[in-house]
Design a protein. Structure first.
Length: 189
């Protein structure tokens, strides 16, 4: 039953796509082409993300994440979150498993929010493309403005989300952690 609930949305979207293909036969080819393209993109990106996450899970100790990105990391944590997010490559949906791992390892809610914001808007390849297309003045202005906006949004989100809800989010992520890592994490606390 848990498996059905987990993939309910994906199955619903598949049924909806098939229904739309049946209702609009002239659009069936476009629908199938778009579905195949999306699946191909995900299959080509997600495995690499999971390999990197696995390596980080094994080789980056929890203490290191807590020290540099935990609640007391202050300026260093935000700066590191911006750096990690801006150097990342790939679509935004690839950032969520990494954000989940960061929460499990002890990163603060604020720093994970900054990381997600940086991933979505501050990517270096996008900055380089903008600079060649729209000019350096525009690119630098947009990038610097976005840094401040991301920090402000993360601060507001961190302040307005109740502590109990943050703990519930972190607890859900901890349940996803393999059993042997949970035991190691409990020993380290």
């Amino acid at each position: 039953m848990k498996l059905v609930r987990r993939y309910c949305f994906a199955v619903l979207m598949l049924v909806l796509a098939l229904a739309l293909g049946g209702a609009f036969p002239d659009k069936r080819g476009t629908i199938l082409h778009n579905m195949a393209g999306n699946v191909t993109e995900m299959v080509s990106i997600i495995p690499a993300i999971f390999v990197l996450m696995g390596l980080a899970d094994v080789y980056v100790p929890r203490e290191t994440v807590v020290k540099y990105m935990g609640e007391r990391s202050m300026f260093v944590g935000g700066l590191l979150a911006i750096l990690l997010g801006s150097l990342a490559a790939g679509p935004l949906y690839a950032a969520f498993p990494i954000a989940s791992m960061m929460l499990r390892k002890g990163a603060s809610f604020f720093n994970v929010s900054v990381f997600l914001g940086a991933w979505s808007t501050l990517k270096v390849p996008m900055f380089l493309f903008e600079t060649t297309s729209l000019g350096a003045a525009f690119s630098v202005t947009r990038w610097v403005t976005n840094v401040f906006v991301i920090l402000a949004i993360a601060a507001v989100t961190n302040a307005t989300v109740p502590a109990g809800e943050k703990e519930a989010i972190i607890e859900r992520q901890a349940k996803m952690e393999p059993e042997r890592f949970r035991k190691e994490g409990q020993r380290q606390k």
